[in-house]
Write a protein of this length. Structure first.
Length: 235
């Protein structure tokens, strides 16, 4: 059993960056592009959510102490990923349960009217089926708002994963395969999937979005984001 495992959901992205992952970290690549040597091949359905849930359901009894889940090109969302992995390998990065990775914190409502319907890759402006998703997974109506780190990247401990039975992840896996746009629903609630609350309480009364690193196009500097980073426990 590994101390830390990096789980990569890949679709034709260049994986040369994996050469810089510390040797102490086990790397598992799930490939939906059909051309990644040494990877586990999966059908191209369900985006990264189906990949993550496949790993959780099939490897439930063989999880690392800490699992880091990321997409094949993670750095747009988690530019500091290599630093995080080095710190994990050295035992310097704490993941007591669940920890979002990324630098933009935002929220969406149960129909996706804030983010999903305005997303450039959703030109039809179709609504997000969050209420249907929530009822299928948790048998209750979706909350009015989900707050999350954009990008579907996170780290989670084995103990936190096992707060849910394997059957829960098997059910979630089936939803990821059959419900349209399920991956975007999962993106908004991965902490809830693991029975965690990954958002610092101080963020819930903030103006949105919250940026945890400078963004040049928005003229944000480190001084602008320093307090938000402190609230998130990053400094």
């Amino acid at each position: 059993m590994s101390h830390c495992e990096l789980v990569v959901a890949r679709y034709r992205e260049d994986l040369a960056w994996l050469r810089r992952v510390p040797p102490a970290i086990r790397v598992t690549v799930y490939d939906k592009g059909g051309d990644a040597s040494g990877a586990v091949s999966l059908p191209n359905i369900g985006r990264e959510a189906q990949t993550y849930l496949y790993h959780l359901a099939t490897r439930y009894e063989d999880l690392a102490d800490i699992s880091v889940f990321c997409q094949g090109r993670p750095f747009d969302h988690v530019p500091e990923l290599h630093t995080v992995l080095r710190q994990l390998a050295a035992g310097e990065y704490g993941v007591p349960g669940f920890r979002w990775l990324g630098f933009v914190v935002d929220h969406d409502d149960r129909t996706g009217s804030r983010l999903f319907r305005n997303w450039t890759k959703n030109p039809a402006r179709r609504p997000l089926p969050m209420d249907t998703f929530w009822k299928e997974l948790w048998a209750e109506p979706a909350p009015e708002r989900c707050t999350f780190y954009l990008g579907a990247h996170f780290a989670v401990s084995r103990q936190q994963v096992r707060r849910q039975p394997r059957s829960f992840y098997e059910k979630a896996l089936q939803i990821s395969r059959t419900l349209p746009d399920a991956a975007h629903c999962f993106e908004r609630c991965w902490d809830r999937v693991f029975a965690a609350d990954g958002i610092p309480a101080a963020f819930r009364s903030r103006a949105w979005p919250v940026y945890l690193r400078p963004v040049q196009r928005l003229s944000l500097s480190w001084s602008d984001v320093e307090n938000d980073r402190r609230l998130a426990g990053l400094i």
